[in-house]
Ligand binder design. Structure first.
Ligand SMILES: [Mn+2]
Length: 353
């Protein structure tokens, strides 16, 4: 006989049950809602758009009313993804979005871990509401004010979490080609084409299941990656030729781009996607950064690392950002030159320890 003070289940079993409960609560929340709103972070990337479009198509299939609101513009190479024609941008439709938020009774946060990631103004609209909130995300340190979470920092992407939610909530039969194309786009881009360590056996298993549904992986790859403008390629050439700063002693490389340099190359959103990975691909480099100055003079930063150097912690500590162990974002408002100087100082401090 088992004494009653002992837990009848192992830790792993308890985890699986806790996750199943979140899937079930999320599904019931969708079925019980009238107006569902899905949101994602500003400057939406492939995973932000892929995961929101996958969830939108699934919720629509359940016969529920659902709208996707993004804070601002998203890259042109994602415009082919099924459902994107229904996306509403906050920055160009503020009044409409205000009304949509007020009328909604269930709000999803996809691919971000704290409301401020949607930008200051949209954040205000979404803050302090008396509505059910659900987070689906894989970034570290999720905010605590949500009703339910589908959250796993080890998942390759939010798109993978959306797939698992649909599949494990008993709705695998509803996953069609449109949902696959959206979610695969998110998985493909967030794993750097299946090379980042977050890529798991489950990631590949999901892709296998998607291919059985009819997903054409080379078609999606072409639509996303063989879609360069000549301006983007020339910007890349310029960056690699003249803007790559390599510090062999620190095993570090970084790139700075001024607003003027971007304007000179007819910069479009998404054009610098992947640039930071070129810096990381130098033999021996363990830490890379891309610093981009925007029109107002503030600087957006992308960090990448290899191995156990924690760029989430680095970005959080010094550049008001965060993300994952090996990939994170940050911001700086002290100007491009001063930011570069600060980056070097902090890198020397941390890396030469
Ligand atoms: Mn993501």
């Amino acid at each position: 006989m088992i004494p009653n003070h002992q837990h009848p289940f192992t830790f792993a079993q308890n985890l699986i049950m806790a996750q199943k409960l979140q899937y079930e609560e999320t599904l019931q929340s969708i079925l019980g809602a009238e107006n569902i709103l899905i949101t994602t972070h500003r400057s939406p990337d492939g995973d932000a758009i892929g995961s929101t479009m996958g969830l939108l198509q699934f919720i629509t299939k359940l016969g529920k009313k659902c709208t996707v609101v993004v804070p601002d513009e998203f890259p042109e190479f994602l415009h082919w993804i099924p459902g994107t024609d229904q996306i509403i941008r906050f920055d160009t439709n503020k009044e409409l979005v205000n009304k949509l938020v007020v009328d909604s009774d269930l709000i999803f946060s996809l691919d971000y871990n704290v409301l401020s990631r949607v930008g200051e103004e949209f954040c205000k609209v979404l803050s302090g509401l008396d509505k059910k909130m659900i987070m689906i995300d894989h970034h570290r340190e999720p905010a605590e004010n949500y009703n339910y979470y589908i959250h796993d920092i080890e998942a390759s992407s939010t798109s993978q979490l959306v797939y698992d939610f649909i599949a494990y909530s008993g709705n695998k039969d509803k996953i069609d080609l449109g949902i696959c194309e959206a979610l695969y786009s998110g998985i493909l881009t967030d794993t750097g084409s299946f090379r980042f360590p977050s890529t798991s056996a489950r990631t590949h298993e999901i892709v296998g299941e998607m291919m059985e549904i009819g997903l054409e992986i080379s078609k999606v790859y072409n639509l996303i990656y063989d879609n360069n403008s000549i301006d983007r390629l020339q910007l890349l050439g310029y960056v690699l030729g003249q803007k790559l700063s390599y510090h062999k002693d620190l095993n570090m490389a970084y790139i700075t781009l001024s607003h003027q340099e971007m304007t000179d190359h007819n910069y479009q959103p998404g054009d610098t996607e992947g640039f930071v990975n070129y810096a990381l691909s130098i033999k021996g480099v363990k830490f890379s950064c891309l610093m981009k100055e925007n029109e107002s003079g503030s600087v957006r930063m992308s960090f990448r690392s290899k191995g156990d150097f924690d760029v989430n912690k680095f970005a959080r500590t010094y550049f008001s950002g965060g993300g994952h162990l090996n990939a994170a974002g940050g911001r700086s408002s002290i100007g491009l030159e001063a930011t570069e100087k600060r980056l070097l100082e902090k890198a020397i401090e941390v890396l030469s320890k």
